[in-house]
Design a protein around this ligand. Structure first.
Ligand code: MIC
Ligand code: SF4
Length: 639
């Protein structure tokens, strides 16, 4: 049978289950990555498993999100992560080195390998033909312990690329076009595979930017074949030995196919406040800008910044616009400094920031009230920038450059043609710290910000709960567990961070949930889209949320809910969404027994005397985890 590339990599790594769409499978994980915002908890979880050393080929702990050091919390966490890495055999990437996804692609990514990362943009690695998947910290901790990763075998969405990108149109427009067509829930349950004659015209950094933002489709992952471009990329990193040619079998059939003619793409922009509200840049010329930012995991490479520098060379940013440059890696910054392009940026009036996530996760760079901000970032969920009612637009580096010059959103096809990008200078100043041969004597340094992991009880035999909150469609994990400079430093302190659950939607939620516990949250379609942060499951659970009922769930959030013992229930009839209002009472008799017995249909008795049918679509393993009250309890019980 002719297989797609993703299906082949899955089969090569299959440990359990039938390799067919919809079935639960377990795959062996070759590499892991964690970042500081999700990594402290993942580290605590790994420690709880009681092993001496990680059991992967490569595990890397990056510090890139929590860079502000306004008090002891973040630096304490960095220190903890550094000592944890030494003790347990991980590579460590210190603050200032850059964003995990970019660094991992440059230093460790390998075609055909599996990578599990505690960050939703881990599929960035798909640009190199690796199967790179985002997951919650606990799943990554288990993978570091050598455990396989469980997932639902995806269906394959083939994207056939033809033609070549025209002048003024960068690769970001490929994924913006897919988001326009498919929306933020269109990729649910799919692995997105790019193929066709247009692939060879895209460099690895362009492929990675496309795979990166595939997270916004809700897809399990995205990937490109590994070909001559891949070989060139790996050789340029001094890692030619990691190259392996990989492609789908000829004649393989995809479950669904989208066609994109690269030569017909036009510059696109995602409007506030969802990555799928995509329209042509040319239609947004009336949007006046006060801020433009070029950076992030999907837009801060050497090539992105070089594109910007070449457009700006000899010109000045429009008056009233702040153009911020956030290099994605120390390497990109050093390369720009080396070839002189940094000077073009500074002379044009750009404001240079350190390498890292920064404003993408609301760690500084908040826009002023009522003003529009244009960013080469992957996400623009409401309030994520740190400013209430923000207006954040997303684009590729060319639209950002043209707009910074114009002072409003502009179509870069109106710019004079650019010379080809000069190849990246051969510089590798990455400050990666390799693990010592033996770390068993290393002391783990814990600051006062690290709170003990909360104890979670098993699923109760029966449940009487109230609806504490009802929300709509496409609720993101940024709504559930906001990030930003005030909240992110609390990532290793569950009691403290839980006070911020749903804070922007309902400032009283945390208090009420604790008062009404056990309680329930009701949502619409694609509930929990966006980031991999497991705090969006653990913190509500800590407050007493035992059940979430939605029309559908996003993949990573659903897995995180199960990992922390929250039942992800789906309405048997989506119309029933209307019947549950805040304060409504639900009684589940014999709940734990039904979950264990494998009942897919659960009946809840409502306070008004009616009944409601809800579905628990979970594998036997997931049911056992739910009954135990979460994955840690489940693993401990088995040990
Ligand atoms: C994001 O882009 O939302 C983040 C911040 O990188 C998250 C991880 C986190 O919340 O720490 C993600 O994408 O998973
Ligand atoms: Fe960092 Fe933004 Fe990328 Fe998340 S999307 S990893 S916050 S740069």
């Amino acid at each position: 049978m002719a297989l797609s590339l993703g299906e082949k990599i899955i089969r090569e790594h299959l440990v359990e289950g039938e390799p067919r769409p919809g079935s639960e499978i377990a795959i062996r994980i070759d590499q892991t990555l964690t970042q500081d915002a999700t990594g402290t908890l993942a580290a605590l979880e790994f420690e709880a498993l009681g092993l001496k050393r990680v059991r992967t080929q490569v595990s890397v702990s990056y510090v890139d999100h929590n860079l502000l050091q306004t008090d002891y919390k973040n630096p304490d966490d960095h220190r903890f992560l550094r000592s944890f890495a030494r003790r347990f055999g991980l590579w460590f990437s210190p603050p200032g080195n850059g964003i995990c996804h970019q660094l991992h692609l440059l230093n460790f990514g390998r075609p055909g390998d599996t990578l599990l990362g505690s960050d939703s943009h881990t599929p960035h690695g798909g640009g190199l033909g690796m199967l790179a998947i985002g997951a919650g910290g606990l799943d990554v901790a288990a993978a570091m312990a050598g455990q396989p990763f469980f997932l639902i075998h995806p269906r394959i969405l083939g994207v056939r690329l033809t033609g070549r990108l025209g002048p003024g149109v960068d690769a970001k427009n490929v994924i913006l076009e897919l988001l326009r067509r498919l929306t933020v829930k269109g990729g649910l349950g799919y692995l997105v595979e790019y193929f066709g004659p247009g692939v060879k015209g895209l460099e690895v950094w362009q492929r990675a930017a496309i795979c990166n933002m595939g997270a916004e489709l809700g897809a399990t992952s995205s990937l490109f074949p590994s070909d001559e471009r891949t070989r060139e990329f790996l050789e340029a990193q001094g890692r030619g030995g990691d190259f392996r040619p990989l492609a789908a079998d000829p004649g393989c059939e995809y479950h669904r196919v989208e066609e994109i003619d690269l030569s017909r793409l036009e510059p696109l922009v995602a409007c506030p406040s969802s990555p799928d509200r995509v329209v042509p840049a040319a239609e947004l010329e009336e949007v006046e800008l006060e801020q433009v930012i070029v950076g992030s995991c999907g837009g801060g490479t050497y090539q992105d910044l070089m594109t910007l520098a070449l457009v700006l060379k000899g010109r000045r940013v429009a008056p009233g616009v702040t153009l911020s440059v956030n290099p994605g890696s120390r390497r990109a910054l050093a390369q720009l400094a080396h070839n002189g392009a940094l000077e073009y940026l500074l002379a044009a009036g750009a404001r240079l920031h350190q390498c890292g996530c920064l404003g993408c996760i609301g760690m500084s760079q908040a826009p002023a009230t009522g003003t529009a901000s244009l960013r080469t970032f992957p996400r623009n969920f409401p309030g994520r920038s740190g400013t209430k009612d923000d207006r954040v637009y997303l684009c590729g580096p060319l639209v950002a450059a043209a707009s910074a010059l114009a002072g409003h959103i502009a179509d870069p096809r109106e710019l004079p043609p650019l010379p080809p990008l000069p190849p990246a200078p051969e510089l590798r100043p990455d400050a990666l710290v390799p693990p010592p041969e033996d770390g068993s004597q290393v002391e783990i340094l814990r600051g006062p910000n690290i709170a003990p992991f909360p104890e979670l009880g098993p699923l109760p035999a029966e449940l009487d709960c109230r609806v504490a909150l009802k929300v709509g469609d496409n609720i993101t994990t940024d709504h559930i567990m906001p990030a930003g400079s005030q909240v992110l430093p609390l990532r290793s302190n569950v009691p403290a961070i839980s006070r911020h659950v749903f804070a922007a939607l309902d400032p009283d939620f945390a208090r009420r949930a604790q008062e009404q516990a056990p309680c329930c949250v009701v949502g619409g379609e694609n509930y929990g889209q966006g980031s991999s942060r497991e705090h969006a499951a653990l913190a509500p659970r800590y407050l007493g949320v035992q059940v979430k009922i939605a029309k559908s769930f996003a993949r990573i959030h659903r897995a995180n809910l199960i990992n922390f013992g929250i039942l992800p229930l789906v309405f048997a009839d989506p119309e029933d969404y209307r019947r549950l209002e805040p304060g409504a009472r639900l009684y589940f008799p014999g709940l734990a027994a039904a979950v264990r017995a494998g009942d897919e249909r659960l009946t809840a008795r409502l306070g008004d005397g009616g009944e409601l049918t809800l579905l628990l679509q979970a594998s036997p393993r997931e049911r056992a985890i739910l009954a135990a009250g979460g994955l840690l309890n489940y693993i401990k019980d088995r040990l």
